[in-house]
Design a binder for this molecule. Structure first.
Ligand code: 4AD
Ligand code: MG
Length: 449
């Protein structure tokens, strides 16, 4: 008897008449008076459950009729056409084994069909068994694989930048401090969890030309929004001999390709999100793939917002950062799709961004998308040492002596961006809260699992 995933039984390569063995968890069971039990089993390989038909001829039929939600089972049988609605194939069981019973069915936390996402966050160890969180896990994995595939095809080298860093001067938000067993002294100096791999990956960019990071990053901001996590995964490509225009082109091509692949490979899960979570899931992705991204100068964006005739909680003003409400106006109302905003005031952006000739802006770029707002933040980097020094604080110059070195030895124009993986998962699935896009979310007051 050959093992198969439920995906393969339902969609091939298994064919009608095959004998297969599957393993998974019971989603539901109903037993008919005619001596049949219909057991829906899921193993995570796809959204759909496999309907297993067991009849009273099975030696342990009594046990089968007592199977409840969450029980782990192993079933051997024949793949047959299903007369039932909603599936084309089912498995006619010749053997069914209870591998792992549910200790106390009354208290199984996800026994009911529907739960609020808030409740499911309190049972994060069991929520992967629900349709929604299974689909999120598959789509998240699909996005990650598509990202690695995109870069691999184009000759980028994946560089694993450190998670523990001595540098607290990137300016990308509050840092978590690391304490060793005997206080802060383990590394001979204070260290932190990284907020971004960018500064380190620049060193590799200026040797390997096309590189990217893909790893966890940490920010100790006390934000309680549906768009912030204390631990999230970031993808940061960095390209040499490139300017801001090249970077915007890369960001657009990258998102189009990655999302195109996700549309193609995850049709079943996306249809589920469209039906249950957000009715625009598929059209939103198709729009990204087929239309070109609007590009706006920051100054133009502020003008548009000021003349929008809309009331904002924060009145838009040149020199202030764009708020989520502004970002959503630009994408949802003004452009009806993604927008790349460039050339922000230098006062509100990091020291490493390249100064423009106008003396008041830097070559920064944010990619904004409907629903989520900022999904990508990046810039052309300041490659001129004198210009870089103008914007570096004294302690930063000391700490980041090696970063300054990169501007002394073979410096070239280069640029890079950071994409928040969870923001992208949010955008793809339509999930409202970012805490539902990562397996075990970390947010203020919340690290239980
Ligand atoms: O705009 P950010 O802060 O940019 C950087 O960290 C640069 N070093 C990136 C670079 O140029 N290589 O963050 C980049 C992206 C944001 O656009 C957002 O998608 C995501 O990371 N992000 C977060 N996602 C979840 N929770 C948070 N607290 C996030 N902060 C940023
Ligand atoms: Mg940003």
């Amino acid at each position: 008897m050959e093992d198969a995933t439920i995906h393969d039984v339902l969609n091939g390569p298994a064919t009608l008449g095959d004998q297969k063995r599957v393993r998974g968890w019971v989603k539901s069971r109903r037993t008919s008076k005619a001596g049949f039990s219909f057991v829906a089993v899921n193993d995570g390989s796809c959204l759909a459950d496999l309907q297993v038909v067991a009849d009273q001829g099975l030696p342990n039929y009594q046990e089968v009729t007592a199977l409840g939600v969450g029980c782990a089972v192993e079933v051997a049988g024949q793949v047959v056409a299903s007369p039932g609605k909603g599936q084309s194939r089912e498995l006619r069981a010749t053997q069914m084994r209870l591998v792992g019973p549910v200790a106390d069915p009354e208290t199984y936390p996800i026994a009911k069909k529907r739960h609020t996402f808030e409740h499911l966050r309190t049972v994060a160890h069991l929520r992967p068994r629900t349709n929604t969180f299974g689909a999120i896990a598959r789509v998240r994995n699909g996005i990650a694989q598509a990202i690695h595939g995109y870069f691999a095809k184009r000759g980028f080298v994946w560089v694993n930048t450190p998670i523990i860093t001595p540098s607290d001067c990137e300016g990308a938000g509050e840092l978590f401090r690391i304490a060793g067993p005997t206080g802060d002294g383990f590394f001979g100096r204070q260290t932190y969890l990284t907020v971004s791999g960018q500064l380190n990956v620049e060193a590799f960019c200026l040797a390997m030309s096309k590189v990217y990071t893909f790893g966890p990053t940490f920010r100790a901001e006390n934000s309680h929004t549906g768009r912030h996590l204390a631990e999230f995964w970031m993808i940061e490509p960095e390209i040499a001999f490139a300017d801001l225009g090249d970077l915007a082109d890369l960001a657009e091509d990258f998102l189009k390709n990655v999302l195109g692949e996700v549309l193609e490979r995850h049709a079943e899960d996306l249809a589920f999100f469209q039906a249950r979570v957000d009715a625009n899931v598929v059209t939103r992705l198709e729009n990204i793939v087929t239309s070109s991204f609007a590009r706006l100068d920051y100054g133009e964006a502020v003008d548009i917002l000021q003349n929008a005739g809309a009331t904002f909680e924060f009145p838009p003003q040149w020199g202030r950062d764009l708020q989520t409400e502004h970002e959503r106006h630009l994408t949802e109302r003004h452009a009806g799709g993604p927008v790349v905003v460039t050339n922000y005031p230098k006062e509100i952006k990091a020291f490493y961004m390249r100064q423009n000739d106008d003396e008041r802006t830097v070559a920064a770029m944010d990619v904004l998308v409907p629903g989520v707002g900022e999904i990508i933040g990046g810039s052309q980097r300041e490659e001129r040492l004198a210009k870089l020094d103008e914007r570096m604080a004294a302690d930063a110059k000391e700490d980041l002596w090696w970063y300054r070195d990169l501007r002394r030895y073979g410096s070239v124009p280069h640029a890079g961006f950071g994409l928040g993986l969870e923001r992208l998962v949010q955008f793809v699935t339509g999930m409202d809260n970012i805490r539902d896009t990562i397996p075990f979310p970390r947010a203020p007051g919340n690290a239980a699992f």
